[in-house]
Design a protein around this ligand. Structure first.
Ligand code: UD1
Length: 428
């Protein structure tokens, strides 16, 4: 088995990019990070050997695997894109601060632990670069299911005899909130109705995977899900679908460099909103069954954009799209409605010569003729990706530090981009 955690060494890595190279060729998309993490947490609901393939080998997956092993799971295999994990002996119920603070998605174990062990101690993640991101919706939902929850010394302590079915309305659409309560409800007693749930493909996928294990979930992909609790679930066997945010990031990479990239192993319908926006800007996007060709032919125009829960424009692609808009003809108004502080990349892009003004939830991007390379600082996963995209298009050299953010969610980014002709390398 490959070493699970080697966090420390790569923290100082930098990515160096010599810009102004037109990307050309074919690029393959890896499995979806945000699909695999909840599926891994769902393994806690089972007692046996779980097997998943199509796993992207990114840092967040390693962190989740580490957490599952701490809880008493046993990794049987973690090779290439495969993970097998035996959950027979899950008996520990603590997700400690050092793991949760590096990956907020660790909170996905809260619902499954309460359902399986009747106990959970999960660190509160605290704020992060893109906003406060509380867990109040998760907590209130689990309380509605009969769990007793206490917040003490930065931890959520939960206990319950057996979770009970309930009716719960999410005041705000929450992706991991929906996943957490849905997972908990699969093993609860009776019927749970969840209203105003997330409709992201990753949530629908999780519901389908759980149903194959014996869960009774209906309504995934709509606003209301109804879950009939069962007494046990069979171990998971599934293949993770391609990452739509990685797909979108490389679509924008092709557009911003005036490139011609054929992106294979992707699901075009999952990035439709981005496709529409790119076309509106004047970028050529050709869709096939499992591939998308993006041609950045000539100048493109500024277009307005508003992030929203799925099927709206994904907040996880906002930063990358903003990088593109810095070089558009005219103005683009970008409204971020999902997170309250997700414009950290704007200041870095301005240091490259972009013209972005941020006020509250709105960024006004006035297109400039060129960007210039600069030393840059990555602040979160998707903001880092936007800096890479801007650096690919900029004149001269950019040095991006804190690239461990990129490693959390993009598998082999430098390799994938170099194969397309980018001059990109990592300095250890
Ligand atoms: C997930 C994704 C993340 C993406 C986000 C929005 C994973 C692992 N992560 O994050 O990549 O950017 O969806 O598409 O899938 N909120 C509350 N209280 C809560 C929970 C959320 O107020 O208890 C708020 C958040 O602060 C935010 C909004 O709800 O403003 C949406 O957040 P949410 O959908 O929960 O994001 P995550 O599930 O954390």
């Amino acid at each position: 088995m490959t070493a699970l955690c080697s966090q420390g060494n790569e923290r100082m890595d930098k990515i160096i990019i010599e810009g102004s190279q037109r990307l050309k060729g074919e690029l393959e998309i890896s499995g979806a990070k945000n699909a695999v993490l909840p599926v891994m947490a769902a393994m806690i609901l089972t007692a046996g050997l779980n097997k998943i393939t199509g796993v992207p080998r990114v840092r967040d997956v390693t962190t989740m695997l580490h957490l599952l092993n701490d809880l008493g799971g046993r990794t049987e295999e973690f090779e290439e894109d495969r993970i097998s994990l035996d959950t027979t002996d899950i008996n520990n119920y603590e997700a400690p601060y050092d793991l949760v603070s590096t990956m907020r998605a660790s909170c996905l174990v809260l619902g499954p632990l309460l359902a399986r062990l009747g106990k959970a101690k999960v660190s509160l993640p605290g704020g992060c670069a893109i906003g406060a991101r509380p867990l109040d919706l998760h907590i209130r939902g689990l309380e509605a299911m009969g769990a007793e929850i206490k917040l003490e010394k930065g931890y959520i302590y939960g206990s319950v005899e057996r979770l009970q079915g309930t009716r719960y309305y999410f005041d705000t659409v929450s992706v991991t909130g929906t996943a957490n309560l849905m997972m908990a409800a699969t093993l609860a007693e009776g019927e749970t109705v969840l209203e105003n749930v997330a409709k992201e493909p990753e949530v629908v996928f999780l519901a389908d995977v759980l149903n194959k294990c014996g869960a009774k979930i209906e309504g995934q992909g709509t606003d209301i899900m109804v879950i009939q609790g069962v007494s046990a679930l069979k171990p998971i066997e599934c293949r993770i679908f391609p990452d739509r945010i990685e797909t979108g990031t490389y679509m924008i990479a092709s557009a911003i460099t005036g490139g011609d990239v054929n992106i294979i192993n992707c699901i075009p319908s999952q990035v439709e909103t981005l496709t529409l926006k790119l076309r509106q800007a004047g970028v050529i996007v050709e869709e096939a069954a499992t591939s998308i060709r993006v041609i950045g032919d000539g100048p493109f125009n500024g277009v307005n954009l508003k992030t929203q829960p799925h099927p709206g424009f994904a907040t996880d692609l906002q930063a990358q799209f903003m990088a593109l808009m810095t070089l558009a003809r005219g103005q683009s108004i970008i409204l971020e409605t999902v997170f309250e502080n997700r414009f950290m990349h704007a200041a870095e892009l301005n240091r490259m010569g972009a013209n972005i003004t941020v006020q509250g939830h709105t960024a006004v991007v006035s297109g400039v003729k060129r960007l210039s390379g600069a030393p840059l600082m990555a602040t979160d996963l998707r903001a880092s990706a936007s800096l890479v995209l801007a650096a690919l298009a900029a004149e001269g050299e950019s040095i991006i530090s804190r690239v461990y953010h990129i490693d959390r969610g993009y598998f082999g980014m430098e390799k994938k981009l170099s194969r397309l002709g980018a001059k990109i390398r990592r300095k250890k």
